[in-house]
Design a protein around this ligand. Structure first.
Ligand code: NDP
Length: 258
């Protein structure tokens, strides 16, 4: 199926590695020109851009509105427009709500939630003026299901789900769709040390996690890339305010099998 992405310009935040990298690759493979945004590791984004051809690297810390405004301006100057925004950049703190420091709580909320807010505010006016656009936010199954010792992260992802629905309602009359992709556990640098480990405690944790996934495996970044390309495509103008779980059935089952 032609996703009608040729000639489109996409911004992908946190696009230099992990899930973001797979989203960049999926959009580029469908013919989109991609602005790969990273915070500190612009070299990494530049290397990916050189590999793909139809792409360029940009720097921004999404937790800072001034950085984001400058980045969107630079992308617009370079490519003439922004058709697609993918809010993928994310971070976490592995602490409970009461144990988390104010600094970590602030870092997670500012990156995950405010990052989406800053980027959406920066691109939306031009999308509204043109009467078309696609915004895809990367949420998580943990926007819906709480997880011990991930208080700020789960809170931020739940807020992203409502932010997605609210913005979808506000932008629907302007032809701009806003959706979220909510991944389950995905094989990225955050999780690989655990999933490659043979230490008994880690193996027990791997097995406990996999028991919650009806498909019995963790997902690949490409699973998320394809879902984002679908929601960013010209073929999905009537899907808005949706949260698409890409999780091997985790949310559908809910209770782990014994
Ligand atoms: P990674 O940590 O591998 O990649 C995150 C990317 O975001 C990195 O490039 C990172 O850059 C960038 N980033 C972090 N903070 C900022 C910031 N303030 N401004 C700009 N860029 C920033 O994570 P994943 O690929 O695993 O996750 C990507 C998204 O998917 C996140 O939103 C995450 O919450 C979500 N997700 C991941 C799941 C998983 O199992 N992996 C499951 C569910 C959701 P840097 O290297 O400089 O830190």
């Amino acid at each position: 199926m032609d996703l009608e992405l040729a000639g489109k310009v996409a911004i992908v935040t946190g696009g230099g590695r992990g899930i973001g990298r797979a989203i960049v690759a999926a959009l580029a493979a469908e013919g989109a020109t991609v602005a790969i945004v990273d915070r500190d590791n612009v070299d990494r984004a530049e290397a990916l851009a050189a590999e793909l051809g139809q792409a360029a690297a940009f720097r921004a810390d999404v937790s800072r509105s001034d950085d984001v405004a400058a980045m969107v301006e630079a992308v617009t100057q370079r490519f003439g427009k922004v058709d697609i925004l993918v809010n993928n950049a994310g971070t976490l703190s592995r602490k409970s709500i009461i144990e988390d420091s104010y600094e970590d709580w602030d870092r997670v909320l500012r990156t995950n939630l405010y990052g989406c807010y800053h980027c959406a505010r920066a691109v939306a006016p031009a999308m509204i003026a043109r009467g078309t656009g696609r915004i895809v936010n990367i949420s998580s199954i943990h926007g819906r299901v709480a997880k011990a010792a991930m208080g700020s992260y789960c809170t931020s992802k739940a807020a992203i789900d409502m932010f997605t629905k609210q913005l979808a309602v506000e932008l629907a009359p302007h032809g701009v769709t806003v959706n979220a992709v909510a991944p389950g556990t995905i094989s990225t640098e955050i999780n690989l040390p655990l999933y490659k480990s043979t230490a008994p405690a880690d193996v027990a944790l791997q097995q406990a996690t996999l028991k919650k996934v009806p498909m019995g495996r963790i997902g690949e970044p490409e699973d998320i890339g394809r879902a984002v390309a679908f929601l960013a495509s010209g073929k999905t103008p009537y899907i808005t305010g949706a949260i698409l779980y890409v999780d091997g059935g985790y949310i559908a089952e809910g209770t782990p099998r014994l």
